[in-house]
Design a protein around this ligand. Sequence first.
Ligand code: ADP
Ligand code: NI
Length: 218
Amino acid sequence: MQNDQLIIENTITYVKKELLNAEGGHDWWHIERVWHNAKLISQTESVNSLVVELAALLHDIADAKFHDGDEEIGPQKAAFFLKAQSIDQSIIDHVEQIIRNISFKGGNFTTSFYSLELAVVQDADRLDAMGAIGIARAFNYGGFKNRELYNPQIAPNLQMSKEEYKKSTAPTINHFYEKLLLLKDRMNTSTGKRIAEKRHHFMEQFLQQFYMEWEGKG
Ligand code: ADP
Ligand code: NI
């Protein structure tokens, strides 16, 4: 138990250092929020909590979006770090699988890997893309990519392939319809679903207000 605590602390130090210059939506604070969400969701699931915590902490250690689309760097970097700690190989393998499968979400890549620990960390990560924080992150990412906030002449594209999605320069509001509002129905756990409902409702209210202000209606 004490050893687990030490491993978590070493991991936090490592992740903070690695993400020092990360973009605002993918920085240490994103990781800390996902870690907290994952611990909350775990309270109502029977999971290996070391696996959940390590995967939450390491899940964005090298996001493919910022590494020329290379989806393998993240899982490999995480495994390399964990091998230097005194951890069972089975735990390292499991964490590596979770990171690999979290980042392949929504793509054409099909995988047979599933575990309850993956379900928990995926929900925790998805929650951070919703609600007030999700809105803030979306506009931060859009700003980082120099996108328009909104453009009434550019409709959301609900049929985008993963490649098109990566290259898209669509306004940030479109991202709500292409991804953020779809997350509620993709949650895995009961706690995840409950929190997602609230955050979804908040995003809908935000959009209503946004269009009202856009049209100068008060
Ligand atoms: P995660 O950190 O959960 O793996 P992503 O890497 O897909 O999620 O996205 C990180 C954040 O950036 C999310 O909050 C997401 O909404 C936002 N984001 C990703 N793509 C876009 C986009 N095209 N427009 C606006 N925000 C985006
Ligand atoms: Ni993430």
